[in-house]
Design a binder for this molecule. Structure first.
Ligand code: 1GP
Length: 228
């Protein structure tokens, strides 16, 4: 029903940050392929529920990116489950996933679950600290993780995460070159149309997060920029 291989653009909303109803409407009706709800800290069930019910008024697919077992809310179109491939902490690779399955495994429909193989490359971002990610990777390491995601684990998504700063377009390009079936997501530091186009040249899907809260007008323009 949802074909992520057709997507180009996603907005990531942080349930811990403020957004007006008017802004939310503009994002949902912007033509973006999906609204992803997720954050690295302070994510509560109440905030997730509140944001989901507002996004639900629009037709755009609404997805929860699960980052804590305490805030899994039913009613989303899809659930994206990150596994941080370059984490040094097994909890973030398979441990929390096992706990989630223990608690909710019976209730979950497999067709609603999409696993994202994360590779975090900005060592200064919150996600890197939280997951104890080994962000000091060179290009060959990143390509190896990409191949692992596609050929060993057959993950639907490989996510290059630079959260908070613009990444290396060359790494993105080389990573894309080793992927065929796995969809390449890129997120980090996209602030305007220009940076969106630059990263969308190589990524299958770009994710725009912080810019929504820092420069709303420019964030909104990233949709048209990559879809035209
Ligand atoms: C964060 O990849 C997303 O998980 C988007 O990054 O917030 O820097 O846009 P930014």
């Amino acid at each position: 029903m949802y074909d992520i291989t057709e997507w180009k653009h996603v907005f990531k909303l942080d349930p811990n940050k403020e957004i007006t109803d008017d802004q939310l409407e503009q994002l949902c009706e912007s033509g973006t392929d999906a609204i992803l709800i997720g954050g690295s800290d302070g994510v509560t069930e109440d905030d997730v529920l509140r944001l989901m019910s507002k996004v639900r008024r629009f037709l755009v697919p609404c997805i929860l990116e699960v980052s804590t077992i305490d805030a899994i809310v039913p009613g989303f179109d899809l659930y994206f489950i990150p596994t941080v491939l370059n984490s040094n902490d097994p909890d973030w690779i398979v441990g929390l996933h096992k706990e989630a399955m223990k608690e909710y495994g019976e209730l979950m429909s497999p067709e609603e679950i999409v696993v994202e193989g994360y590779c975090i490359l900005n060592g200064d971002c919150k996600a890197a600290a939280l997951t104890n990610a080994d962000a000091g990777l060179d290009l060959e390491d990143v390509k190896a993780y990409a191949r692992m995601a596609e050929h060993l684990f057959r993950l639907p998504i490989f996510y290059l995460e630079y959260s908070g700063r613009l990444g290396d377009a060359e790494i993105l390009k080389e990573t894309k070159a080793v992927l065929n079936d796995t969809t390449l997501f890129y997120g980090g530091g996209i602030q305007d149309s220009e940076t969106a186009v630059k990263m969308a040249e190589h990524a299958d899907v770009i994710v725009v997060g912080n810019a929504i809260y820092e420069n709303f007008g420019q964030a909104l323009k990233t949709v048209k920029a990559v879809k035209e």
